[in-house]
Write a protein that binds this ligand. Structure first.
Ligand code: CP
Length: 304
């Protein structure tokens, strides 16, 4: 594992090794990366991914160099290619985390880099480290991954998090996925083909309330206004919402996840968000820190 570019590259063995390391680093964040430097290069906005990677590096004793708005504040403005930018940054850092608005850009970066590159989201492509923290969260919360039934709800067409999570779920047994999305934002055929190939049962449904009673995990996603036409957005928004009323349909041992940020698709009062253990998305975001600590340690220190 030199780079982290897509979910398909992870085996079950690597995943469980990562979970173990994340558990251990949560308890004891040793200074394993002293004198190492992480570069975070973000061409698209981020709160969780960039800051959790940076926090992970600092907790491990390393240092961080960063451009949080590379589209405006890097030499991309002057026309520099991703390839050239990464080639140069690789001489300044021991690992590079890149988020870019174009699918395939992380792969291009990795080809140009002499140090590990981590894909922190490439357009409508993938967000593999989100999928890693998602599967870790399922493992922690439900104490199993095999045999789970999960609903993926919302913008499944532009959603790189659900795409990456499907690839990881394809590694496990007896998984069932229910896709619930507006008609214009359905999951793409490439993922459906992958799931068929890996014997993962899936179906598409329109009735969210019916599904809430059936599944172990409700994975909500935001309608990504920034990745579609105004017309598509108007046709899709507000179709699938979790609110105080239908939240009661969620089984007592099931969980609601969301990669965040959430907007109108979750309308739960703060009291429920803070006190009901079925709301897992803030614990999920915290898990990102431990998974990213484990990943940085493997990529920089162990250099597999
Ligand atoms: N889940 C996620 O990628 O969040 P950010 O866009 O805030 O990084």
């Amino acid at each position: 594992m030199k780079h982290v570019l897509e979910s398909q590259q992870f085996t079950k063995e690597i995943l469980y090794d990562l979970f173990k390391k994340a558990d251990s680093l949560k308890e004891n964040s040793e200074k394993l990366l002293e004198n190492k430097i992480l570069a975070t290069i973000f061409y698209e906005p981020s709160t969780r991914t960039r800051l959790s990677f940076e926090s992970a590096m600092l907790k491990l004793g390393g240092r961080v160099i960063s451009t949080e708005n590379a589209k405006e504040f890097s030499s991309a403005v002057k026309g520099e290619s991703v390839r050239d930018t990464i080639k140069v940054i690789a001489a300044y850092a021991d690992c590079i985390v890149i988020r870019h608005y174009e699918e395939g850009s992380a792969k291009e970066a990795a080809e140009a880099s002499s140090v590990p590159v981590i894909n922190a989201g490439d357009g409508k492509g993938q967000h593999p480290t989100q999928a890693l923290l998602d599967i870790y969260t399922i493992h922690k919360e439900l104490e199993r991954i095999d045999g789970i039934k999960i609903a993926m709800v919302g913008d499944l067409l532009s959603g790189r998090t659900v795409r990456s999570l499907c690839y990881l779920l394809g590694k496990f047994k007896d998984i069932e996925i229910v896709f619930v999305s507006p008609d214009n934002l359905k999951m793409k055929d490439d993922i459906k083909e992958y799931l068929n190939k890996h014997n993962i049962k899936f179906r598409e449904e329109n009735d969210l309330n019916k599904i809430l009673q059936e599944v172990d995990v409700v994975y909500m996603t935001r309608i990504q206004k920034e990745r579609m036409s105004q017309n598509d957005y108007e046709n899709a928004k507000g179709k699938f919402i979790i609110n105080e009323k239908n939240f009661n349909l969620v089984n007592k041992n099931s969980i609601i996840m969301h990669p965040l940020p959430h907007v109108e698709e979750i309308e739960l009062p703060m009291e429920i968000e803070e006190n009901d253990k079925r709301v897992a998305y803030f614990r999920q975001a915290e898990n990102g820190l431990y998974i990213r600590m484990a990943l940085l340690n493997i990529l920089i220190n162990e250099k597999r």
